[in-house]
Structures are given as C-alpha cells and as structure tokens.
Design a protein around this ligand. Structure first.
Ligand SMILES: [Fe+2]
Ligand SMILES: [Fe+2]
Length: 176
C-alpha cells in the first residue's frame, strides 16, 4: 500500500509528465507550421513518449492500491522565436522534470519506500538520457550556427534522432 505522501507526489508527477506531453505537442506543431519537418517528427514522437511516462505512473499508483488522478490540462506556450528557442524550452523543461524526479527519489528514501524508489530509478535514467539528448541538439546550433541553410541541415540531423516505429495518426512513435 502506498503511503499517502508518496501517492501525492506521484500524482503530482503525473501532472508534470502530462504537461510535458502537451508542451512537446506545442513545440512539434510550431515546427510543423514553420516547415521544420524533421524537428516536428522528432517532437511529436517525444510528446507520445511523455504520455507513456505519465501512463507508467498512472498504472503504478493504481497497482499499489492508490488512486491515480487525471490531471487538468494547462495550455502550453504556442509561439517561439526560432527553432533554437524551441529546443532551449525543451531542455529547460527536461531539467525541471529531472529535479522533480530527484525529489521523489529523496522522499522515497526518507519514507523508506524502497519499492517506489526502485520504480523511480527508471525515470532517473530516462531523464539523464533526455537531458543529454537535448543538450546535444543545442550543441548543433552552437557548432553550425543559424545562418543560411544551416537550419535546414540541423532539421535533417534532428530527424535522424527519431526512434522509428510510427503511429499513423500522429506520425510519431508508438512507444519509446
Ligand atoms: Fe518524461
Ligand atoms: Fe522528457
């Protein structure tokens, strides 16, 4: 049985992952409209991954005798200054999510909930990967700059980071 304190923070994390999914949907949509089709594909895929992160928590809470709560949907930022601006927002969002995950891990130790501590390790590893991924994308902007055709080449490079198996409805990955 989950301690109510742990249940509360896990439900809060459901809200954070859900908000991340919508943020990425807004990032993807902006890229799509601006003609950055590679980045759009990558970000639609990432939006689906964030929903998967949410669902994993959702099932865990209910499986452990708690009650998962469907979070409200906040409208994310829709307009961005540039392709680089989108990825700066994405990176910042990942860093914030990492902080929230680490707080959950610390609380699990404090409350001696080793089962949830073990469960949350998956998220710790995932965040490490995602922070590295978004930092590597920001590095591309630093390396090649944003002039001339460079944004086109960055877009092509970002598309190569897609994981593959696509959902016909969204053009995004079905699992991640
Ligand atoms: Fe996530
Ligand atoms: Fe993420």
């Amino acid at each position: 049985m989950l301690k109510s304190l742990i249940e509360v923070v896990l439900n809060k994390q459901i809200g954070i992952e859900s908000a991340a999914s919508y943020k990425y949907l807004a990032f993807a949509s902006w890229c799509d409209v601006e003609g950055y089709s590679g980045a759009a594909k990558f970000l639609y895929e990432h939006s689906d991954e964030e929903r998967m992160h949410m669902m994993k928590l959702f099932r865990y809470i209910n499986d452990k005798g708690g009650k998962s709560i469907v979070p409200p949907i906040e409208k994310p930022q829709q307009d961005f200054k540039s392709l680089k601006d989108v990825f700066e927002h994405a990176y910042k969002s990942e860093v914030e999510v990492t902080e929230a995950i680490h707080q959950i891990a610390a609380l699990c130790l404090q409350e001696a909930d080793f089962t949830t501590y073990n469960f949350i390790q998956w998220y710790i590893n995932e965040q490490l990967e995602e922070e590295n991924l978004y930092r590597s994308i920001l590095d591309k902007f630093k390396l090649v700059g944003e002039e001339g055709n460079n944004l086109y080449f960055i877009d092509v490079e970002i598309e190569k980071l897609c994981k593959g198996s696509t959902n016909p409805a969204t053009g995004a990955a079905t699992e991640g």
